[in-house]
Design a protein around this ligand. Structure first.
Ligand code: FAD
Length: 363
């Protein structure tokens, strides 16, 4: 009798493992990753390698699309952004992950039953979500600025600072970090001009720092750029004065792309830096909505490609651990139920099938 019970329990455990696997495959994806930039693809790579069913939905508008190359990324320095992502998509697909072109319009449901709907009405179900949709850089409303973005209108000394080294650089004050940004670009060129634009010229410690580093502060609103043969040659003030510059640094307002999460009560809020809005997460990448993780620029506006990719990978590992926990809890509960009734009709039929195979009759 005791032997029969042990055999039944072992068989039950084996049968249940099969059922769990099939159920997962039929019940949408373990994880839908919304956004296929560095953060989303690295997250998906981790999940696919962890044998999770994963779908990446990507609208194809990575933040650094205007840039010629990705800089500051070890072993990939200077690689065109599109090429990096193409390699990433191939790696994800190599492990069975799926990557789909499309734009997510809305998310509804809750953990274990999210529904992700695209603008073309396609819909996908997921147990968990990884949001990696990045951000939009909102530039100051000065004519001609957007056409120069990522070329000679720059924002990040680590992304394009080397490329504009020793040039005549302007820094357009648009936010609380303007003086800091001017000091960072001073590391790259001895010819830096600070345009106060709509703000009052710096005073006190800030003014002293600029003066000490040889950065000239120019008062007056910036009205436009002077472009010659498709290259920036000057910055025009509203009084008509032109200050010769070949590169201009600006601090855009960085706005997380997260409007499609309204349906699950997740909204972007002001970032503590004052630089824009973001989705807050805890140290593991978990948002305040159960089952939803976020990584990359959508939560950390300062993240570069390497940081975004690392955050996506880290959040994916946390997310997989969460799923492992949920799977284990479900398996234990089912296992306990089965042990309480090891001689149910279903178990008896399964045991007979295994013992007698095709020779069984009337079982
Ligand atoms: C001009 C410029 C140059 C830069 N140069 C560098 C550099 O040299 N080195 C460096 O390390 N960093 C650089 N950066 C920063 C870099 O762009 C970011 O670190 C990186 O893009 C962040 O990756 P991410 O995956 O978080 O977001 P993204 O790369 O922006 O990817 C987000 C993806 O989500 C998609 N998406 C958005 N909304 C939806 C939706 N609703 N449905 C489906 N998909 C959606 C987008 O289409 C996009 O493909 C630069 C940034 C700019 C603006």
């Amino acid at each position: 009798m005791a032997t029969n019970v042990a055999v039944s329990v072992r068989l039950l455990a084996w049968w249940w493992a099969e059922v769990v696997t099939v159920t997962e495959q039929q019940d949408g994806y373990d994880v839908v990753v919304i956004g296929g930039g560095a953060a989303g693809l690295n997250g998906a790579l981790m999940l696919a390698r962890a044998r999770r069913s994963v779908l990446v939905i990507d609208a194809g508008t990575p933040r650094n699309a205007p840039a010629e190359g990705v800089h500051g990324l070890l072993a990939r320095d200077g690689m065109p952004p599109g090429e990096l992502l193409e390699l990433g998509r191939a790696e994800v697909r190599g492990y069975g992950g799926e990557v789909l072109a499309g734009e997510v319009e809305a998310v509804t449901g809750a953990a274990d039953g999210f529904v992700v709907t695209l603008t073309d009405d396609r819909a996908y179900r997921a147990r968990r979500l990884l949001v990696t949709t990045g951000l939009v850089d909102e530039l100051p409303e000065i004519p001609g600025l957007s056409a120069r973005w990522g070329r000679d209108l720059v924002h990040c000394p680590y992304c394009h600072g080397w490329e504009v080294r020793d040039q005549a650089i302007g820094v357009l004050a648009t936010g609380p970090m303007a003086v800091h940004q001017a000091l960072l670009f001073r590391q790259l060129s001895s010819d830096v001009v600070f345009f106060a634009h709509t703000a009052a010229p710096p005073v006190g410690e800030a003014a002293e720092q600029l003066a000490a580093r040889g950065i000239r502060a120019v008062p007056g609103e910036v009205a436009g750029l002077v472009v010659t043969d498709d290259r920036l040659t000057g910055v025009r003030l509203s009084d008509g004065t032109v200050v010769a510059r070949t590169a201009l640094a600006v601090q855009p307002t960085m706005v997380a792309r997260a409007g499609f999460l309204d349906g699950i009560g997740l909204r972007a809020v002001a970032h503590p830096s004052g630089l824009g809005v973001h989705l807050p997460v805890d140290a593991t990448g978990r948002t305040e909505v159960a089952g939803v993780w976020a990584a990359g620029n959508v939560t950390d506006p300062a993240a570069q490609v390497g940081n975004a990719a690392a955050a996506g990978a880290f959040a994916a590992a946390q997310l997989n651990a969460d799923l492992v926990g949920a799977d284990t809890r479900a398996a234990v509960a089912a296992y306990r139920r089965a042990i309480e009734d090891p001689f149910s009709a279903r178990m008896e039929a399964r045991v007979a099938e295994l013992v007698a195979g095709e020779h069984r009759h009337g079982l």
